[in-house]
Design a protein around this ligand. Structure first.
Ligand code: NAD
Ligand SMILES: O=C(O)C(=O)C[C@@H](O)[C@H](O)[C@H](O)COP(=O)(O)O
Ligand code: ZN
Length: 358
């Protein structure tokens, strides 16, 4: 068992990583929560595979469990689905002493987390991530949100869980596509930090099977890194913004793709295409984009998309949460291991990114 503490003063919590932990979820949660009503939220793909075991384990540990299954996919990060979550909680007579457990990928975690943050002004929350994206990134750090039609993660909150329970064995049932998608977020973190570590860890990863094989190391690296960044800047005011590398273009094309591009696939395109632009502008060491592209393409991730030429791309980008007042904070790599924030005025964005004004 590896225990990583995310140090946030009164909101500190532990991230436990252990194979087989899924059989003991209830016991692990009972060390943090007193007996209470619990909403156990998952999606339609995960429910037939893992819900029964999780629910039984929580019940055996003394929790009064209400299960909720949302449709799989990004569409569930919506106001309509959020309202359904509130209804299920209210119908189960959940009070402020209830708890919400997210069993799933980033979609379940982001939706359940925001419901927990807002139901009765906030009830306790625990993350049990089942996808690689969630095990390396979304379950840690407390960003919770739903989408509005016009932009990703527009309505949300910073709301830390009380505990994160990561069992890498959940990944056995995850498809190669979603495993690979999660790897894009690991590669993102690797490019932001130590280049030697980055390439040592990633050089042997050339297929989905390789990602599966090294996933415990990837999870370990990513969670340590992310926890350290969040501990230093919980509310995304400075250092944490670096975790958005590739997301300015990525979030925009993810939304425009209407489900055809997974989050990590869009981020993969975003990292490479932005780095090509910043290389051409002399901000990034030549060859950096090719280096990143080579690692992403090795596992079959996309590095380009026709949506980069969509007329709606610029309006999407200008909805980015790295937009502060009249300024977009763009995350740029000087070279691998050396990111920086480049502030752009609103009216400089189109030109900098070689986009047409609508
Ligand atoms: N809050 C954050 O810090 C943060 C970080 C990264 C991504 N995100 C968000 O997370 C979402 C992407 O997360 P994701 O890639 O996990 O998407 P997801 O939750 O849609 O999961 C991907 C697919 O895998 C399935 N799945 C998950 N675990 C499984 C398992 N063990 N076995 C079989 N199938 C399984 C899901 O049903 C889904 O179809 C996006 O909405 C993104 O914006 C949030
Ligand atoms: O935790 C963070 O901070 C991140 O930026 C992680 C990202 O991978 C993630 O996609 C996040 O949801 C994006 O945040 P947003 O503030 O741009 O919505
Ligand atoms: Zn992301």
């Amino acid at each position: 068992m590896r225990r990583i503490k995310l140090d946030l003063g009164a909101r500190s919590y532990e991230i436990l990583i252990e194979r087989g932990l899924r059989a003991r979820l209830g016991g692990a949660i009972a060390k943090v929560w007193s007996p209470r009503r619990v909403l156990l939220l998952t999606d339609t793909h995960i429910a037939p595979l893992h819900l029964q075991q999780a629910s039984a384990s929580l019940t055996a540990a003394g929790f009064d469990v209400t299960e909720m299954i949302v449709p799989f996919g990004e569409g569930s990060k919506s106001l309509a689905e959020l309202e359904r979550v509130y209804d299920v909680m209210a119908n189960a007579h959940m009070t402020r002493s209830a708890g919400v457990v997210a069993l799933g990928g980033g979609v379940c975690g982001d939706l359940a987390g925001f419901a927990a943050a807002t139901y009765m002004r906030g009830v306790a929350f625990i993350q049990v991530p089942t996808s690689l994206t969630a095990q390396v990134d979304s379950s840690v750090g407390g960003k919770t949100a739903i989408n509005l039609g016009s932009a990703k993660n527009t309505v949300g909150s910073f709301y830390q869980p009380d505990l994160v329970l990561i069992d890498p064995d959940y990944l056995a049932t995850l498809s190669d596509r979603y495993l690979t998608e999660g790897y894009a977020e690991v590669l993102k973190m690797a490019t932001l930090t130590d280049p030697a570590l980055c390439w040592r860890m990633l050089s042997g990863v050339n297929r989905a099977d390789d990602i599966r094989r090294v996933s415990p190391e990837l999870i370990d690296f990513a969670i340590h890194y992310k926890a350290s960044v969040v501990a230093a800047d919980e509310h995304d005011l400075g250092l944490r913004q670096l975790l958005n590398f590739g997301h300015t273009l990525g979030h925009a094309i993810e939304l425009l793709a209407h489900g055809a591009l997974a989050h990590g696939e869009a981020v993969s395109v975003g990292m490479v295409q932005l780095t090509r632009i910043t290389e051409a502008r002399g901000l990034t060491e030549p060859g950096t984009a090719d280096q990143i592209a080579e690692r992403l393409q090795a596992v079959g991730l996309p590095i380009d998309s026709p949506l980069l030429h969509d007329a709606d791309l610029l309006p999407q980008i200008l909805m980015d949460k790295k937009m502060r007042s009249n300024q977009l904070n763009l995350v740029v790599l000087k070279h691998i291991g050396s990111p920086e924030i480049v502030p752009l005025k609103r009216d400089e964005v189109a030109d900098f990114l070689n986009l047409q004004e609508a």
